[in-house]
Design a protein around this ligand. Structure first.
Ligand code: WT7
Length: 630
């Protein structure tokens, strides 16, 4: 795979930055040396980082590990919102822009740390007044706008557990999550903006909360200004305006829960990944600062994700705000009104650090060089990649056309569960297109067989993390068995269920998932979830969903569908099925291809053999069929 490129950001910085500036930023010169040192004293490493943040009470112990449950900064008391806002005001950042919101219509809003503090503090108090207490869940179903961030930080301030649901999900996906998290309050907006259209959120949210009496209030950001609220509904800005108190930041235990974020697994039911305050805070703080080589005072940073995903939580909201940075929030499509929109914004805001997904890069490649070439992208210094492997062709294009051959590409492998970057191609070390890179300090990663034996270089096996790290998930909400499974697939180790191999230099490449989870345009989608959405269509008996390679999206969804007796297959019916999936699960899960079949291949015990469908579809060897029924 790929060519090696020697990139030395330390040297590069001398060219683009004054020497003093360069010294300030170069936290370390040798990755290998520092990584080795970090393994010698892991707890010391994390204690040092944690001390850079504010604690109401210092921890007694850095780590308490009772397999498979870890506690970090045991006995420590802190507050993540305090560290993002109050602490930065104390540092004199009151008038610095915290959030720079811009959308596809190029409308912008700038919110300073001072303003954000005021809004969050008042909204947090308003939540309190609505009866939200420490440990209560608050579900946030919002567009990628400052209001979503305000809602998240307000929860963190009072110790309520937020659960953000991506606004691209629709009714049933939202209901499943509400049913599981049992929020007291749901926060939503009238709509989100995408591709020149207003996409309704309010009606979806209204119909989703209907069946759940435990949801006491629906808080609505009335973006249109003319929607009449119902009895159990409150206006987002109304609450802020009418509130004259700023909620104090609750003194929280390091291990108090911070948020639940749902992600897809093998079964139809998504897993509520639970993160806690202290460890998540320390992990996202340092990985944002170091991994993108940020000049936190001056750099403009843009992560193109949505706050509805973990990338948004860690690297739009918490990591950047903990570092007192200016973070951009973009609402809209990447190619609307034209494929130049993102590059126009990079030029307009003089973006220094740009973090996106390979699927976006591949899409821009297809539109051609003329779009980025129209704009001045010379402010860019570091380019990040996340969500799926970045193939060498996309890497090359990103490096050459977007980065002007000046910017290192930092690939980052991690998960909703890991909370922070685990593997990366460090900015100041050699680049290897096609590789997700080497571990963050103190984190021990390996490629093993199913018994946990380390495999020799260039052998495909299971990726594992061998010991706890601060921002690891603490549990699966309401389902500890599912949590423990992560640590039981390969006994003793955390198994992310990714296939990988490691080369002689310790660079790891990711080859795909081991479970029935798809990666469509960087989004993790469970085949079982799509299947159950498809069978909501009244004409469908059964369905099986597989992933097929796709040049842009990485994978695309193909569904095999068995119709009820007597129902005639047709193109319209395919459209109707797509519509059903869009309505119940959301646009990101709509099958690209539908094939009607008479029946599905099953094992004797009745399990659908997706492997067989996949092999047939892709023209591969079918393998062992001894358990197949027909
Ligand atoms: C899965 C996690 C982490 C934020 C976005 C996705 C795949 C993620 C990479 C990468 C190769 C990657 C893995 C992982 N993945 N980043 N840089 N290279 N694969 O978070 O939804 O929790 O999905 O995404 O398969 O297990 P997520």
């Amino acid at each position: 795979m790929g060519k090696d490129k020697d990139l030395n950001l330390f040297k590069l910085n001398e060219v683009i930055l004054p020497k003093e500036e360069c010294k300030k930023r170069a936290y370390f010169e040798s990755y290998e040396e520092l990584y080795r040192q970090s393994l010698e004293d892991k707890e010391g490493f994390w204690a040092k980082i944690a001390s850079e943040l504010h604690w109401f009470r210092k921890w007694d112990k850095v780590l308490e590990w009772k397999y498979p449950y870890a506690k970090w900064f045991v006995g420590g008391k802190t507050n993540l919102c305090y560290n993002c806002l109050d602490r930065n005001l104390e540092k004199g950042l009151r008038n610095k822009v915290a959030l720079l919101y811009v959308n596809e219509r190029e409308e912008e809003r700038k919110i300073t740390y001072g303003e954000l503090y005021e809004h969050v503090g008042r909204f947090a108090q308003a939540l309190r007044d609505l009866g939200v207490e420490k440990g209560d869940r608050v579900l946030i179903y919002m567009p990628n706008t400052p209001e979503a961030v305000i809602a998240m930080l307000a929860c963190a301030r009072i110790g309520a557990i937020h659960s953000v649901v991506f606004a691209g999900f629709s009714r049933d996906a939202l209901k499943t999550r509400i049913e599981d998290a049992k929020p007291k309050v749901v926060i939503t907006a009238t709509h989100t903006i995408r591709r020149g259209k207003e996409i309704d959120l309010l009606n979806t949210a209204r119909s989703a909360v209907e069946d759940y009496p435990f949801v006491k209030y629906l808080v609505v950001w009335n973006r249109k200004g003319n929607v009449e609220l119902k009895e159990n509904e409150r206006g987002f800005y109304q609450l802020i305006k009418e509130q004259n108190r700023i909620a104090p930041a609750e003194v929280l235990d390091s291990e108090d829960p911070l948020f639940i974020l749902y992600t897809s697994g093998t079964t139809g039911k998504p897993k509520g990944i639970l993160h806690s305050v202290g460890g998540y805070m320390v992990g996202t703080y340092i990985t944002t600062k170091w991994n993108f080589n940020v000049d936190t005072q001056n750099d403009v940073y843009w992560c193109t994700a949505d706050v509805g995903w973990i990338t948004g939580h860690s690297y739009i909201v918490y990591g950047p705000l903990l570092n007192g940075m200016t973070t951009i929030l973009y609402e809209g499509a990447p190619n609307y009104p034209d494929p130049g929109i993102w590059w126009r914004l990079v030029q307009r805001y003089r973006v220094n650090i740009f973090y996106t997904a390979p699927t976006a890069i591949r899409m821009f490649m297809r539109y051609g060089e003329e779009y980025p070439k129209k704009y001045d992208l010379s402010s860019l210094k570091v380019l990040g990649s996340v969500g799926e492997p970045i193939n060498p062709e996309a890497w090359e294009w990103y490096y050459r056309i977007i980065g002007g051959e000046r910017c290192p590409i930092v690939d980052t492998w991690w998960q909703t569960e890991t909370g922070m970057h685990i593997l990366l191609t460090w900015a100041h070390t050699k680049a290897k297109p096609g590789y997700a890179g080497r571990p963050f300090f103190t984190v021990e990663v390996d490629v093993v067989d199913k018994n946990g034996n380390s495999l020799p270089p260039n052998h495909v096996g299971l990726l594992v993390i061998k010991a706890p790290w601060p921002s690891m998930l603490r549990n699966v909400w309401g389902n500890p068995e599912r949590y423990e499974k992560y640590w039981n697939i390969v006994p003793g180790y955390y198994c992310p269920e990714d296939l990988a191999s490691k080369d002689e230099e310790g660079f790891i490449t990711i080859l795909g998932r081991t479970d029935d989870v798809l990666n469509v345009a960087g989004h993790r989608i469970g085949t079982a979830e799509v299947e159950s959405a498809i069978i909501e269509h009244p004409s469908v008996v059964e369905s099986a969903v597989i992933g097929k390679p796709d040049d842009i999206k990485g994978q695309r969804i193909k569904a095999f569908v068995v119709l009820k007796l007597g129902v005639k297959p047709s193109g319209e019916l395919k459209e109707e099925i797509r519509k059903t999936v869009r309505e119940v699960l959301g646009p990101i899960a709509v099958p690209d291809e539908i094939e009607f079949v008479e029946k599905l291949p099953k094992t004797r015990s009745g399990k659908i053999m997706r492997r067989l469908l996949r092999a047939k579809e892709l023209g591969m060897e079918v393998g062992d069929l001894s358990t197949l029924e027909d």
